[in-house]
Design a protein around this ligand. Sequence first.
Ligand SMILES: *Cc1c(COP(=O)(O)O)cnc(C)c1O
Length: 294
Amino acid sequence: MESLPTPIIQIHDPRLAKKGVELLIKREDLNHPVISGNKWRKLKYNLEEAKKLGHNWLLTFGGAYSNHIYATAGAGKEFGFETIGVIRGEEHLPLNPTLSFAKTAGMQLHYIDRTSYRRKSESDTIKLLKQQYGDFYLIPEGGTNELAIRGCEEIVTEIDTDFDYLCCPVGTGGTVAGLISGLQGRSNVIGFSSLKGDFLQKEVALLLKQSGKHFANWSINTDYHFGGYAKTKPGLIDFMKNFEQQHHIPLDPVYTAKMLFGIYELIETGVFPAGTRIVAVHTGGLQGRKGFGL
Ligand SMILES: *Cc1c(COP(=O)(O)O)cnc(C)c1O
């Protein structure tokens, strides 16, 4: 079912060699055929907890192309939970590939308007959902909570090589918080934000604080969002296609392509001294490519 530990592979590229920088990719996209990437890590302990508490229903939130919705639907089917996906916005038929998969996996889709979606974590919203569906185990948007952070710590424990920087893409910040937490102050972590704005620095600090962790060896880079979440630019897609062709590693335009574009640019502008060794986490998300016709 799952294939752990996931492989770590070195990228051979003259653009890197010229700067004397080494780049390795931790292939989390290969950890599970359906619940792939960081979403598998984030769900793992949540599923265990839900089982332990005797829940049969999982409820979670996401956009219409969400990797997390896709993963939760797949996990529900595989591990015997009923699932409810609270989806931001209106229903659009025919369903896009993400929601079509979720529905086929048995997920009930519950649409709410964007204004209500912003209030999804408030107790009134949860109460209404419980009135409608009965009791459920709630997994937050993007799967991010303390148990998700614990799951993502295990990405770090699997890396059996030295490195100076560990990089990953950032959406809600749960994954990068897990990497920071797993490293216990060693090395440096750079999270590449897929979202516009600089709120994620605070968000990640808060997630770490809630888990009782205080580390200073990390930063969030906000220069490579390409216009914001789910936005792309031709230069990004070109980079992605070239990278895939050269290295035979599929990427997604929302997260992993943005991170690698950023890493390559920082390397080329000389931010990292020769001899630097970077590990980038491929967080999966390949199902999302379909939404871009890729
Ligand atoms: C969800 C997702 C992320 C963002 O993870 P967070 O823990 O929300 O920051 C990064 N990459 C991929 C491929 C994802 O699906």
